[in-house]
Ligand binder design. Structure first.
Ligand SMILES: *Cc1c(COP(=O)(O)O)cnc(C)c1O
Length: 460
C-alpha cells in the first residue's frame, strides 16, 4: 500500500488525545513567518535563509547542519534591549553560546548569564566585559567562584548556604567584595499557558521563600562584610507566554524585600526576574510580544514595590530562547522513508537526538519543511526520526510532509537555535554538526563541525 495519506479518518481513534496528530496544513510549502527565521524565503523552490539557498549550504558544509540567521538573532537582541530600555537584559548563555554569539551580544550592548566555568571561558575568550556577566549555578565549584572573583564578574547569584560560606571565604582570601543576589524559590512555576502558584519548593534550585531559607540566606550574607547583597533573583520557568506568573513571583519577592527592610533596615536595589519568554515552535503557538511583556513587567514591578512602600528596584531579565531560538534551523538529509502501514511514515534523517534532544527529553514539538524543493504531492503524516539506537530518537513527532518525499531531499526543522547545539552529545559517536551563520547572501562557519579525529581525541 502507498504511504499513509491525509485525511486521517478514524485510524487514529485508538490514540490518546495528546497524541492526536495535527491537521494537515493547507499548504505544505508555506514558510510560516512566526516560526521560521526572519529572513526566510524561497528561491526557485528551495528554502533560503539570509539570502542563502539551503541546497548550497548542504553542499558546502554537509548535513546535519545548524544554520543561524544572524540578522534574526541580532534583531531580537535589539528588540529586547529597546523593549527593556532602562532595565538590564542578560542573555542566558546556556541556550546557545560560542565566541561569535558573545561578539554579537557585546556589539548589541547586552549582558550575559553564564552557569559554568566553561561558559565563562567562552565569554572571556573574546574579551566580553566581566562586569556585564552574571554567574549562576546551583553547585559552583571553588575554581569557578575563584575565577569569577579574580576577573570581577558583575554579579554572582548564590544558591545555597554552603555557597554563601564558600564565597565569603574566597572573597576574603582574594580581597574582593562581589555583588551578590540570592536565587529565591518563590513557589511559582510557569510553563506556557499555565503557572502553578503553590509549593514548588521540591527542586534543586534556589532558597525557598516559604520555608524561610531565603530570609536566612539574607541574614547570612549581611553578616559577611566581604559580600555585597544587591538583590533577589527568581526564574520561574520556560516557554512562558504571558506575565501572570511573573506577577505572582514579583509580589512574593516584594514581600521578602519588605521583610528585609523591616528586619535589617536594608533596601535592596535590584530585582532579577529571570528568563523564560516563549517562542512559536508550531503554527498554533503565538510568541508573546517582547514590548508588551517588557511594559507589563515594568508596570508590575513598579506597582508592587510602590504599593509596599519600596523604591522601584533596577529590573533585570534573562531571555535565552527568545533571543536565539527562532533564528536557528537544523538542516538534515533524508536517508530512508519507511511507511508503517496505516499509521504514519517514518522519515529517517542523518542526525537525531545527538543534535536535538529536546523532543526525546521533554516532548518538545517542532515544525519541519521539505527545504530543497517545493512539492504539491498529497500530505503524508510523518515522524522525523534520527539514526540513533533508541526508539525515542524522534526529532518531530507528528508532522505532515509531502507524499513524494525521497532520500536525498533536505528537511529543515525550525526554531532550533536554542537548547539544541548546547545540549548536543556524541551519542553513537556522531560528530556534533557545524554552526553556520548566514547573512546578506553569505555564509560562514562560526562553530566548526566535529571530525572523526575530534571524536577520537583524548583516547588512549
Ligand atoms: C534557563 C535560564 C534562563 C533562560 O531561560 P529561557 O527559557 O531560555 O529564556 C534564564 N535565567 C536562568 C536562571 C535560567 O536558568
Amino acid at each position: 500500500m502507498s504511504r499513509f495519506v491525509h485525511p486521517a479518518g478514524d485510524r487514529h481513534a485508538e490514540m490518546l488525545p495528546q497524541e492526536r496528530p495535527p491537521q494537515a496544513p493547507a499548504d505544505l510549502n508555506r514558510i510560516h513567518p512566526e516560526i521560521w527565521p526572519r529572513t526566510s524565503g524561497r528561491t526557485d523552490g528551495a528554502l533560503t535563509i539570509g539570502g542563502v539557498d539551503v541546497r548550497d549550504l548542504a553542499e558546502q558544509y554537509g548535513t546535519p547542519l545548524y544554520v543561524l540567521d544572524e540578522d534574526d538573532v541580532r534583531s531580537r537582541m535589539r528588540d529586547y534591549a529597546s523593549a527593556f530600555a532602562g532595565s538590564e537584559v542578560h542573555y542566558a548563555g546556556k541556550a546557545f553560546l560560542c565566541k561569535e554569539m558573545v561578539r554579537w551580544l557585546d556589539a548589541e550592548g547586552l549582558s550575559l548569564d553564564v552557569a559554568s566555568g566553561g561558559e565563562l571561558a567562552v565569554a572571556l575568550a573574546v574579551g566580553f566585559p566581566p562586569e556585564r556577566i552574571t554567574m549562576h549555578g546551583n553547585n559552583k565549584s571553588e575554581a569557578e567562584l575563584t575565577r569569577a572573583l579574580e576577573i570581577g564578574v558583575g554579579h554572582i547569584v548564590v544558591d545555597s548556604y554552603e555557597e554563601i560560606a564558600r564565597l565569603g571565604y574566597l572573597a576574603d582570601k582574594y580581597g574582593k567584595r562581589p555583588d551578590v543576589m540570592i536565587r529565591v524559590t518563590t513557589g511559582v512555576e510557569a510553563h506556557t499557558h499555565e503557572f502553578i502558584a503553590t509549593a514548588h519548593d521540591d527542586q534543586k534550585f534556589g532558597l525557598s521563600l516559604n520555608t524561610g531559607a531565603a530570609a536566612e540566606a539574607v541574614r547570612r550574607i549581611l553578616a559577611l562584610p566581604q559580600l555585597n547583597l544587591v538583590g533577589l533573583h527568581s526564574h520561574i520557568g520556560s516557554q512562558i507566554v504571558d506575565t501572570a506568573g511573573f506577577e505572582v513571583a514579583a509580589r512574593r519577592l516584594t514581600t521578602l524585600l519588605v521583610a528585609i527592610k523591616e528586619e535589617h533596615g536594608v533596601v535592596l536595589p535590584e530585582l532579577d526576574l529571570g528568563g523564560g519568554y516563549g517562542i512559536a515552535y508550531t503554527p498554533d503557538e503565538v510568541a508573546p510580544d517582547v514590548k508588551e511583556i517588557a511594559d507589563s513587567l515594568r508596570e508590575i514591578v513598579a506597582k508592587v514595590c510602590t504599593g509596599a512602600g519600596l523604591p522601584v528596584p533596577k529590573l533585570t531579565v534573562e531571555p535565552g530562547r527568545g533571543i536565539v531560538g527562532p533564528g536557528g534551523i537544523s538542516l538534515y538529509t533524508v536517508g530512508t522513508v519507511k511507511d508503517v502501514e496505516g499509521l504514519r511514515t517514518y522519515v529517517s534523517v542523518d542526525g537525531g537526538m545527538s543534535d536535538n534532544v529536546r523532543t526525546a527529553l521533554y516532548g518538545a514539538e517542532y515544525t519541519t519543511l521539505l527545504a530543497s524543493r517545493e512539492s504539491h504531492a498529497q500530505p503524508m503524516l510523518s515522524r522525523v526520526v534520527g539514526k540513533h539506537c533508541e526508539s525515542g530518537d524522534i526529532i518531530v513527532r507528528d508532522h505532515y510532509l509531502p507524499g513524494d518525499l525521497a532520500p536525498g531531499d533536505l528537511l529543515a526543522v525550525a526554531a532550533t537555535g536554542a537548547y539544541c547545539r548546547s545540549l548536543a552529545s556524541n551519542y553513537n559517536y556522531l560528530p556534533k554538526p557545524a554552526v553556520v551563520a548566514v547573512r546578506n547572501g553569505q555564509s560562514r562557519v562560526i562553530v566548526q563541525g566535529e571530525t572523526e579525529d575530534d571524536l577520537l581525541r583524548g583516547q588512549l
